[in-house]
Ligand binder design. Structure first.
Ligand code: ZN
Length: 274
């Protein structure tokens, strides 16, 4: 299994000279099985460049969406395969409050977008499998999901293939007020996964202002990874204000903690082979 990061920034794209190393595009991650089958997680601005690659191929596209905040759907109107007439795109929406499963195309509406969703030529099909029957099989991957602790809700996904498991848990506040999923439940859910991709947008100095905004401290994500005995932790959803130098400093602090987990701040363009 191979995991490629096309966007690891949270909340808002942050291009510029201070974010060249970790990247400025928002959430998009590609999972590839050894047989080449693919699953896309989220359609933040990072999906635009992934689309430039996929547009040259014929395969059906499978996209799992965690929630509808702009940083997770904003790239879809710029995803070239959506404009290909022969293309099948299967979208698995999250449950949100309010529940708006087609928001990813409905954002292309009225004065919000010069291109209406009716101009997308691909065969776009929203999928609503019975998630009670977890795991379900999507393009050869075994997939289950869990609600996240985030304003308006959303979903985390656990994806298995090739005897490896990735947990994609972004925009999740581990110490959320009135959590939907407690920390001890998270420890059980992501226990022993090969790669945990977890939100780590904040540091201690961001609190208490951002308490309840739906993101975790890097240290909280690290604690979860250690307690759940995951093999690798990719910290995800970096704060748009955080510069490369600051992220490098935070990575150095993680390295000095000498934890029993390979923990790293995920980087746009990075590929992890499991
Ligand atoms: Zn969000």
């Amino acid at each position: 299994m191979k995991v490629s990061f096309y966007g690891t920034r949270g909340s808002c794209p942050s291009p510029g000279k201070d974010t060249l190393k970790y990247g400025g595009n928002t959430a998009c991650t590609l999972i590839e099985a050894n047989n080449g089958k693919k699953l896309i997680l989220d359609a933040g601005t990072g999906i635009r460049r992934l689309g430039d690659e996929l547009v040259k191929q014929q395969e059906d596209i499978y996209l799992l969406v965690t929630h509808n905040h702009f940083d997770h759907i904003q790239g879809f109107p710029f995803f070239k395969p959506a404009f290909q007439a022969q293309r099948n795109i299967y979208i698995y929406p999250a449950i949100t409050q309010p529940n708006e499963p087609k928001a990813i195309v409905e954002q292309m509406h009225g004065s919000y977008s010069p291109i209406a969703s009716t101009m997308l030529q691909a065969n776009i099909q929203f999928q609503f499998p019975d998630w009670q029957l977890q795991p379900i099989i999507i393009n050869g991957f075994s997939v289950s999901r869990q609600p996240i602790n985030h304003p308006n809700g959303g979903m985390a996904y656990l994806i298995s293939c090739d005897n490896k498991t990735v947990a994609y848990v972004t925009d999740n506040e581990l110490n959320f007020p009135n959590p939907v999923v407690t920390i001890s439940q998270w420890i059980s859910i992501v226990s022993d996964v090969d790669l945990l991709i977890h939100d780590g947008q904040y540091v201690a100095s961001d609190m208490p202002l951002k308490f309840g905004w739906g993101h975790s401290l890097i240290s909280e994500s690290l604690d979860l990874a250690v307690q759940a005995k995951v093999k690798n932790l990719a910290i995800y959803s970096h704060d748009p204000e955080r510069t490369d130098d600051e992220l490098d400093q935070l990575q150095a602090e993680i390295n000095n903690m000498n934890q029993n987990v390979n923990a790293f701040l995920s980087m746009e363009g990075q590929v992890v082979q499991l």
